[in-house]
Design a protein around this ligand. Structure first.
Ligand code: SF4
Length: 278
């Protein structure tokens, strides 16, 4: 089964594996719970917010007629997107949000007037054979003479060798989503705007099959933890950047009560009887 949704207002949906949530779970099960089950709010970093603005500008730019996709149009769209930000978000970006510079680097990477895109900001869902639900959000899906190309904008720099793992995880995830929903293995283009670098690759079909096995195992582990909320903390260097540290038992915090897996009936754990250890 697969579905595609583009540009629609999203209703609350059952959890599914997305590249970022799968990476979260592999890094720390409790981090996954806070984001995917509790859906606790997080204040974005200035860099993440800048990336969101640039993504919105590029989405609008590619909605224009090809001939109109010029740098001055992008700068005008950027002013519009910045004006739409809430005052606290605008303050987070500061006086010089750096958006125009990232857009200039984008134009150094490709000429958007030559791009033929089938969709922008496209949500794709698919299921693996065992029911593992996958969900991804494509920045752009291009049609080229060589087939479909998934384009992913990255507002940061291209990763170091050490940080390549999560990026490759996302690349394989998007390729698998397209392979399962469209029956084709797409080409993937990553546009790293901060250092004006692009990376083009096409995973092999056998590589994707092995990767599907990894995702099945991740989802099975999530579903095992889901009924009771047994998502355990896994402290490591990433804790320094975790917004939920004050709620984390690994750092003397107390998590909120487990809200239950969305859509499941929560069976309360039996209360200990008098005289039994709690
Ligand atoms: S602080 Fe560390 S261990 Fe705790 S939830 Fe965050 S990443 Fe996990």
């Amino acid at each position: 089964m697969s579905t595609e949704v583009g540009g629609a207002v999203e209703a609350p949906r059952a959890p599914a594996l997305s590249p970022s949530r799968a990476v979260d779970f592999r890094r720390c099960a409790l981090l996954y719970r806070f984001r995917a089950v509790d859906r606790l709010p997080e204040t974005p970093s200035p860099g993440a917010l800048r990336g969101t603005v640039v993504h919105a500008v590029l989405e609008r730019l590619h909605a224009l007629e090809p001939g109109a996709r010029r740098p001055e149009a992008a700068r005008a769209l950027a002013r519009g997107v910045l004006d739409e930000l809430a005052p606290d978000e605008r303050a987070l970006l500061g006086e010089e949000p750096g958006v125009d510079e990232l857009l200039a680097r984008y134009f150094a990477l490709e000429d958007p007037r030559t791009v033929v895109s089938e969709a922008r900001e496209l949500r794709i869902e698919a299921e693996l054979e065992d029911g593992t639900p996958l969900r991804g959000h494509l920045d752009r899906l291009d049609t080229t003479p060589n087939g479909l190309t998934v384009v992913d904008y990255k507002s940061g720099r291209s990763p170091s060798l050490r940080a390549e793992g999560p990026m490759m995880f996302g690349v394989r995830f998007y390729a698998l989503l397209l392979a399962r929903s469209r029956g084709v293995v797409p080409t993937l283009r990553l546009l790293h705007l901060a250092d004006t670098t692009s990376l083009t690759l096409r995973p092999r079909a056998d590589e994707l099959e092995r990767f599907a096995g990894v995702l099945r195992a991740v989802w099975a582990a999530i579903r095992r933890a889901a009924p009771t909320g047994d998502f355990r903390p896994d402290p490591g260097p990433g804790c320094a950047f975790c917004a939920f540290k004050p709620l984390c038992p690994a750092w003397d915090g107390t998590p909120p009560a487990y809200p239950g897996w969305p859509g499941d009936t929560v069976t309360p754990l039996p209360r200990p009887r008098a005289g039994e250890p709690g």
